[in-house]
Design a protein around this ligand. Structure first.
Ligand SMILES: *Cc1c(COP(=O)(O)O)cnc(C)c1O
Length: 368
């Protein structure tokens, strides 16, 4: 037994005392719509290709992997387009490791990072863990960013890193390119646009990748966890000026990306068309859910992501718990009164809609 000995008795860093770890519940439920995972598992064809790739890598596991992941980075650059090459792309174990490496190079004691909240909870967590200061600026009522307020905050705070999440988690809101451009113009340090949900954006919503040639201190991060349905494989990446990639070499652990990860990610890229087909279905399912929720009088934030923020509830925890009691797990996050639901399969969304009507006591007007 622990004998009463606990975290508090250990000589951990003072700045980590009282902090909480990232903690989305991993519960065993019938319908899990809480962590923005992609509901479509690899097809039999893709699973077989992954197995072949891993088998191929297996016989070489006595050797360290390609430290620079050159082949994979070339594949990712090709996928991103915009004339990008391998030397402008970097990959790591999830975009969270990418973010951590960015903080390790450009943040640290005496430095600070700024974010516009509500946004992705890992930005302040990784910031603090690297002993970097965190400056939180509030988003507008519509969950956008007021350019004037951002300019002032940046002028006053002079942050070393500015985080822009677009499409934003947990609100689903995408930023107009002008906002990103204005921030990149005035920011004295690095600007990180977290585009984890880029592939889910609606027609006409731009990506910050097009701004890279104009701003050498701009970084666009992406992940295979969402659109590519590879959350379990842990593969994130970024695009930036090659000098930024050089800077990241100073902090990355040697051979950080295993040979298995590299071959798995490369194989997933070979199935881009198939995987983006699922993304199309999810976008349609999302748009249908937004319309349905509005039809029933719920407030809904416009979404360019694979989830929807909706509300508002005087007691959102009761709604969250009520849904869980029906076997539907969503996320209790976002501004007070709002809840976030990930887009799943048509069957899962049907279960969600059914449970939501039941829990909120709204009549099933459409008989569905
Ligand atoms: C899910 C998510 C990520 C992905 O993190 P991985 O480490 O790549 O799985 C990154 N940024 C945001 C905003 C996210 O919601």
């Amino acid at each position: 037994m622990s004998g009463g000995f606990g975290l508090h008795d250990l000589p951990i860093r003072d700045d980590l005392r009282g902090q909480s770890p990232y903690g989305a519940p991993q519960l065993d439920v019938a319908v899990a719509l809480n962590t923005n995972e992609n509901p479509y598992p690899p097809s039999d064809r893709l699973a077989a290709a992954l197995a072949r790739g891993v088998a191929g890598a297996a016989s070489g596991l006595n050797r360290y992997p390609d430290r620079d992941a050159t082949r994979l980075r070339a594949g990712l650059a090709h996928y991103l387009g915009h004339g990008l090459e391998a030397r402008s792309v970097w990959a790591a174990n999830g975009s969270n490791e990418i973010l951590q490496q960015i903080l390790q190079v450009f943040g640290g004691p005496g430095r600070k990072a700024m974010g516009f909240e509500p946004s992705y909870s890992m930005h302040p967590i990784i910031t603090r863990v690297t002993n970097t200061g965190w400056v939180s600026i509030e988003r507008t009522r519509e969950f956008g960013i007021d350019v004037e307020a951002a300019r002032i905050a940046i002028a006053v705070q002079s942050p070393d890193i500015v985080f822009l999440t677009s499409p934003n988690n947990p609100t689903g809101t995408a930023l107009p390119l002008e906002v990103i451009e204005q921030v990149a113009r005035v920011a004295p340090g690095m600007v990180v646009v977290d585009e984890a949900y880029a592939e889910f954006r609606r027609e006409g919503t731009p990506s910050a990748l097009s701004l890279l040639p104009s701003f050498p201190r701009l970084i666009v991060t992406r992940t295979m966890s969402k659109a590519f349905a590879m959350a379990g494989a842990r593969l994130g990446y970024l695009a930036a000026h090659p000098a930024v990639i050089d800077a990241l070499q100073l902090v990355r652990l040697p051979y950080h990306l295993s040979a298995v990860s590299q071959v798995v990610a490369g194989t997933a890229l070979d199935f881009t068309d198939e995987l983006l087909g699922h993304v199309k279905r999810l976008r349609e399912e999302r748009d249908a859910l937004v319309a349905w929720l509005r039809d029933y009088g719920f407030a809904v934030a416009d979404s360019d992501a694979n989830f929807v923020l909706f509300g508002t509830f005087p007691d959102r925890h009761a709604v969250w718990q009520g849904l869980l009691d029906q076997g539907v797990l969503i996320r209790e996050t976002g501004p007070p009164g709002w809840l976030r639901v990930t887009i799943g399969t048509p069957e899962e969304m049907s279960a969600f809609r059914h449970a939501l009507l039941h829990v909120t006591g709204r009549a099933d007007r459409h008989g569905r």
